[in-house]
Design a protein around this ligand. Structure first.
Ligand code: DGI
Ligand code: FE
Ligand code: FE
Length: 200
């Protein structure tokens, strides 16, 4: 896959600010892939494409998902911006001819995560949060999570989900069950790991 071709396609779809964010996620995904032994070319592509459908209005997101028969959950009906992930994966597949399921899943789940993510999915999820253009002034956990991302990616996933859930608050209409399920899955994972380590 020609990365310059993909960069040009993405640039056409996004505002300058969103395109700069996207380049940050691509290069951060590339570095995390090097750190954890994932396919860094795939990570670069997944990062580049993750917000491909981000610069679309709520109405357009909803109508395009309906047009392409993509399922719309109740929480997505209430918060249509959540749809940019699955619609982005749809365009990556059908407009940009990305066939790799791991890349497509990394795009689909980059906002909420999902239980038992692949390494590539975790990389894009984390890179989206820590890329260099995100401001530490606006997010006081960011400096810590940036460092943590390169020492233990699962712990970084947990911290990111924890901040997101804290930010969303108790409003049930806002919380996508995938965000909560992912958080609980990785917390249980850590508990089981600690139990195993304790038995050793
Ligand atoms: O597209 P980006 O802005 O780069 O980042 P993103 O795709 O992670 O989307 C960020 C927003 O998504 C952020 O404000 C938190 C929000 N989000 C994550 N999980 C949920 C959620 N929003 C709702 N309503 N429900 C969720 O469960
Ligand atoms: Fe996004
Ligand atoms: Fe993003």
């Amino acid at each position: 896959m020609d990365i310059i071709y993909l960069q040009n396609k993405v640039r056409e779809k996004l505002t300058t600010q969103r395109y700069i964010h996207t380049l940050g996620v691509a290069s951060t995904s590339f570095c995390l892939a090097l750190r954890y032994g994932a396919d860094y070319n795939k990570a670069n592509i997944a990062g580049l494409l993750h917000d491909y459908a981000k610069c679309m209005s709520d109405d357009v997101l909803l109508s395009k998902c309906r047009e392409h028969n993509l399922p719309i959950l109740e929480v997505e009906e209430n918060n249509p911006y959540l749809l940019h992930s699955k619609l982005g994966a749809y365009y990556a597949k059908y407009e940009l001819n990305i066939e790799d399921e791991d890349i497509l899943n990394a795009i689909t789940y980059h906002t909420t995560g999902r239980p038992n993510m692949s390494l590539l999915e975790k990389i894009v999820f984390v890179a989206d949060y820590i890329e260099p253009n995100r401001s530490e002034k606006r997010n006081h956990n960011l400096q810590r999570i940036r460092k943590l991302s390169f020492s233990d990616i699962d712990l970084a996933v947990i911290d990111i989900l924890e901040s997101t859930l804290a930010y969303l608050g108790d409003d049930k209409s806002k919380i996508d069950t995938r965000t909560l399920d992912t958080y609980n899955y990785y917390i249980d994972n850590i508990k089981n790991k600690n139990r195993m380590d304790g038995n050793r």
